[in-house]
Write a protein that binds this ligand. Structure first.
Ligand SMILES: Cc1cc2nc3c(=O)[nH]c(=O)nc-3n(C[C@H](O)[C@H](O)[C@H](O)COP(=O)(O)O)c2cc1C
Length: 204
């Protein structure tokens, strides 16, 4: 939980496994944010139940469909995650490329936001300062995955910062999850953190 009154950074990791490139890269960024005096928290999707849109009656569109408000019937941990996003000043995401797309966990997180309504989506995501780390190789649709993430923000008031990390660039195998051992990767992540901090200072 966020406890103090310092500026807050929330890291969100959307890999299917507990610890891999996304986890270590986001965690490294959070360490750097702490050095700059930020309070941080890491949400690892691995530890949460996140369900895709399913077994519903489009309650999120009930106002348009039936002129009345109905709630999303899905019970899982996403409301807890959305609450933490609301409390954070900066969001930093770690998203793996799976079969040329964002992971199913990120997709579920993203599509379920429809249940929140537009003003809440703006509040917790679109109007927040945010950075995306996508892990995937250019030769295996990593670029399409990055695009898939960024296209959601084409018109956002605060455009996201983004990094595509390719294990092949460093002669590593992505499944090993050891990209963070590469000094250039650390430099790239530091660049991302510094950019977000600079933008943050310009905003406040
Ligand atoms: C089911 C699955 C599908 C994958 N598909 C791709 C792919 O299409 N392109 C790619 O560059 N890497 C692909 N990968 C490799 C992952 O992107 C890579 O292992 C990345 O490091 C995963 O993040 P993690 O290390 O945080 O788990 C795939 C991995 C898995 C498990």
């Amino acid at each position: 939980m966020f406890y103090g009154d310092r500026m807050r950074v929330l890291g969100l990791v959307f890999s299917a496994r507990e610890r891999g490139n996304c986890y270590y890269c986001v965690n490294y960024c959070l360490e750097k944010f702490r050095v700059h005096g930020f309070e941080t928290q890491l949400i690892n999707a691995y530890d949460y139940e996140i369900k895709p849109c399913s077994h519903c009656n489009y309650e999120c569109f009930s106002k348009e469909l039936e002129s009345r408000e109905e709630r999303c019937p899905i019970k899982d941990d996403l409301p807890k995650i959305y609450d933490l996003m609301e409390k954070a000043d900066i969001l930093i995401f770690g998203i793996p490329c799976y079969a040329g797309h964002v992971s199913g966990l990120y997709r579920a997180f993203s599509e379920r936001m429809a249940s929140l309504g537009w003003s809440k989506i703006e509040k917790i995501l679109l109007n927040k300062l945010k950075g995306f780390i996508v892990v995937g190789n250019l030769s295996a649709w990593g670029d399409l995955t990055l695009h898939e993430v960024l296209v959601d923000f084409y018109n956002a008031k605060i455009p996201p910062e983004a990094l595509l990390l390719q294990t092949l660039e460093y002669g590593r195998i992505s499944l090993k999850g050891d990209l963070i051992e590469e000094s250039i990767v650390k430099k790239k992540l530091e660049w991302l953190v510094n950019r977000l901090i600079k933008k943050y200072e310009q905003l406040v």
